[in-house]
Design a protein around this ligand. Structure first.
Ligand SMILES: Cc1cc2nc3c(=O)[nH]c(=O)nc-3n(C[C@H](O)[C@H](O)[C@H](O)COP(=O)(O)OP(=O)(O)OC[C@H]3O[C@@H](n4cnc5c(N)ncnc54)[C@H](O)[C@@H]3O)c2cc1C
Length: 292
């Protein structure tokens, strides 16, 4: 371990208002730590810039999953294990439950949180394409009050987000209106478990009388932020679902994404995989849509 514990301060106020007061008291000095699965990697490597950490793991409001007739509200400090085990999330939001099952190994899923995945702001984060296609909304809180931000507006550039230094993500709300959609999730990494995505896809679609009513596609690891493929969605919506659409979609996906070469993969490979994943989804969509 390259960090010296004596150089760090950790506080654990145990209630939400006290956490917010500490964050506001010394702007940009205190770093929230939830499960610590990202923070502790930086700490161990001696690369954590903040010296003051504030524990939010034990705040009850951040650990709840609340059900309402039209929405589900997921506390930001809910773990992947909690998401995977939740009956309504598994049934109505399978893309999120699947992404939770991909994230690291069991130990990581017991500690890693949805809010941490959002605030860590990696373009390769596995849960974020699902949040895009489900039109998730974030509630951000501080001593100044609370505000709601559509998740699609939250990540504004590579590792940049619409979160002030005194704010916390309190919860993530999803509308309960996608359970009849065809859904498809795929992650391509170096291996099946414990691998950061080279490309990941979350896709949803609805067909009526053979025509595409709604289609939602989001891809990770192909741009500075997780990307909703709006142009491809626009091209597909209202069209008859047929094999020729796959070629149209592939061409459009290749134009929309901006992958890079990095240690995990090459831009050319990422483009080919993103096109293949969308093509696979359309095959499934056509087969399942034909039944409806
Ligand atoms: C072995 C290993 C495997 C992994 N595999 C994957 C994988 O396959 N896919 C994947 O997507 N990720 C993976 N990760 C990354 C990590 O587990 C996730 O990003 C996790 O969701 C982070 O949550 P956390 O609670 O541990 O965050 P923390 O480490 O506690 O925090 C991460 C960041 O988020 C901020 N933060 C946390 N909660 C909040 C909040 N409520 N409001 C505001 N800011 C907040 C923190 O200040 C910090 O900047 C892996 C990590 C490890 C160590």
């Amino acid at each position: 371990m390259r960090a010296d514990p004596a150089e760090y301060q950790l506080v654990s106020p145990g209630n939400l208002q006290a956490v917010l007061s500490v964050l506001a008291s010394e702007p940009a000095q205190w770093l929230p730590i939830a499960g610590g699965t990202d923070v502790m990697v930086l700490y161990s490597a001696g690369k954590l810039p903040n010296r003051k950490l504030i524990n939010i793991w034990n705040i009850p409001e951040l650990r709840q999953i609340e059900l309402f007739p039209d929405t589900i509200r997921i506390g930001a400090a809910c773990t992947y294990t909690a998401l995977r085990r939740h009956e309504i999330i598994s049934r109505e939001f399978p893309l999120l439950a699947t992404a939770a099952s991909w994230t690291g190994g069991i130990a990581n899923q017991n500690r890693g949180t949805l809010g941490g995945n959002i605030a860590n702001a990696s373009p390769a984060a596995d849960s974020l394409p699902a949040l895009l296609v489900y039109d998730a909304e974030l509630t951000l809180i501080s001593v100044r009050g609370e505000r709601r931000v559509p998740y699609r507006e939250f990540h504004t550039g590579y590792k940049k987000m619409a979160l002030a230094s005194d704010e916390l993500i309190r919860d993530i709300s999803l509308q309960r209106r996608f359970s009849e959609y065809v859904s498809h999730a795929r992650k391509v990494g170096a291996r099946n478990a414990q691998a950061i995505s080279k490309v990941c896809l979350a896709a949803l679609g609805q067909v009526s009388n053979g025509m595409i009513q709604d289609v939602r596609l989001a891809v990770g690891s192909v741009a500075p932020v997780p990307l909703r493929l709006q142009e491809t969605e626009r091209l597909l919506t209202g069209r008859k679902i047929e094999p020729s659409l796959i070629a149209v979609a592939r061409k459009s996906v290749a134009k929309e994404i901006q992958p890079i070469d990095d240690i995990r993969s090459a831009a050319r490979y990422r483009t080919a995989v993103a096109c293949n994943l969308v093509g696979d989804f359309l095959v499934k969509f056509a087969a399942e849509g034909a039944k409806s």
